[in-house]
Design a binder for this molecule. Structure first.
Ligand code: MN
Length: 270
């Protein structure tokens, strides 16, 4: 290419059919073939598995009859959000919910669809290093099982999930510790923007569960404790602590059983 620095105006040359075709060809010629990862190609492409403790993406197979998993991970990345993930066909379909799922049916929560994650990610709690994609502290905030609800009120299967996703309106039931009952995800515009809304049922509530139930479901830890155990940078530690509600228990007060798990995870080869 040209060795002279182009003037600002000319840094984006006029588009021609020839240039467009070259651009389309270029990626397949230069990038490794990720098709074996199927839906997880985007997940894998965004991460350096020699650096981040997150698991590499491989689709997994479900034993017949095992209920579908869901997980919600509280994630203090460049901004705080809650990653809402539903198992479907061997991967975790994912939405980033900035304000957390709300059990209040009058509240609609924005849910931005993100790349599907591997099932192994459901066990990830720790710190993504500075400079890596999604760098920051991750907590397993809730998890359990889920199923789609058919138009006639029955529990549906994978084909029903596909049908509702295409339609942009996924009705489902959650069986978690913090989130339960009937919910809906409604696509609003484009293909990636959805709203997550609680249906009225016995699990509906006006309680702010981000404040009343702020701890990790699996380790009982605060965000600050997770960050500390995983050797977060001072900046990440500060951001993690700020993501805990003011009333969250102090570091020393949490259960001792959380500590060995944290260490094992921190020591996991990456
Ligand atoms: Mn996230």
């Amino acid at each position: 290419m040209a060795t002279t620095r182009p003037a600002r105006k000319s840094s984006k040359p006029a588009d021609t059919p020839k240039r467009r075709a070259a651009r389309r060809r270029a990626p397949t010629a230069e990038l490794p073939d990720l098709s074996q990862y199927g839906q997880l190609a985007e997940y894998n492409r965004k991460r350096h598995f020699g650096v981040t403790p997150e698991p590499p993406g491989q689709a997994s197979r479900r034993e017949a009859g095992r209920p579908l998993q869901f997980v919600v991970q509280k994630h203090r990345a460049s901004r705080l959000h809650y990653d809402f993930r539903l198992e479907h066909r061997g991967v975790m379909l994912s939405w980033a919910v900035p304000k957390a799922p709300s059990p209040d049916p009058s509240v609609k929560r924005l849910a931005m669809e993100t790349e599907p994650h591997p099932m192994d990610y459901n066990q990830f709690e720790g710190v993504i290093p500075e400079g890596e994609y999604g760098g920051g502290t991750v907590m397993i905030w809730d998890k359990g099982f889920w199923a789609p609800i058919t138009p006639d009120g029955q529990l549906g299967g994978e084909d029903e999930i596909d049908r509702q996703l295409r339609k942009g309106e996924l009705k489902f039931v959650l069986l978690g510790e913090k989130l339960a009952g009937s919910w809906v995800l409604v696509r609003t515009r484009g293909t990636r923007q959805w709203l997550l809304i609680k249906h009225r049922d016995q699990y509906a509530s006006a309680e702010d569960i981000t404040v009343t139930k702020p701890l990790s479901l699996v380790s009982g830890r605060t965000m600050a404790e997770i960050a500390q155990a995983a050797g977060a940078s001072p900046r990440q530690l500060q951001l993690a602590a700020a993501a805990d509600p003011a009333a969250a228990p102090a570091a020393a007060a949490t259960s001792a059983r959380a500590k060995p798990r944290a260490r094992a995870r921190a020591a996991r080869p990456s």
